[in-house]
Design a protein around this ligand. Sequence first.
Ligand SMILES: N[C@@H](CCC(=O)N[C@@H](CS)C(=O)NCC(=O)O)C(=O)O
Length: 216
Amino acid sequence: MKLYTYPMGPNPRRVHLFMAEKGIELPWEKVELMNGGARSPEFLAKRNPQGGVPVLELDDGTHIAESVAICRYLEALHPEPALFGRTPKEQAIIEMWSRRIEQRLMMPTGMVWIHGSPLTRGVVPKQIPEMAEFSRKVVQHYYGFLEAQMADREFIAGNTYSIADILAFTTIEFAVRLLELPIDASHTRLSAWYAGVAARPATLQANKEAEKAGVP
Ligand SMILES: N[C@@H](CCC(=O)N[C@@H](CS)C(=O)NCC(=O)O)C(=O)O
């Protein structure tokens, strides 16, 4: 197996954090996103017709794109620790939160990035600054929503660390670092959760591996 990736990109980073939690090591190759490496005719033809990373190449030549699909595949191969839940109820609650995070947090974060950053000017035919500004407010509002929701639990989907935490953390990390969307100091529970995920041995290990490979 081999992973095509850009380790600090928020979507591929999900897979790196997931693998680190499970102690999975895989060979990986960095795809240069900024010069269109994940959109080249060769990449589209051979790896992912929709473009983008991560993509997991299996030994039989199959390519699996979509970060969560890759994580699910790895979970099936390496069930411990379970990051998609164990019981039907846990699995459903983790799925519920994962979908919420994708739709209500990742989507607007992506809009801020695509419509508001000078680095993505070439990505859309026309950037719409109003869309970036509106999405910024949606993200900030969602931070407040998560803060309230986490009153009764340690992690996003309960009292066990799960894929939902990985999705939320990688999104917020990107928003904090690249989009000037810090967590408000009044959001003490969300801040504590964020600091806790950032300090997890698996997160630190994934950071170290990315740095070793020369990835900022
Ligand atoms: N829904 C996809 C999104 C993949 C995605 O947008 N990846 C970004 C990196 S964070 C990318 O490759 N961007 C460059 C491009 O699409 O050319 C997933 O979860 O894997």
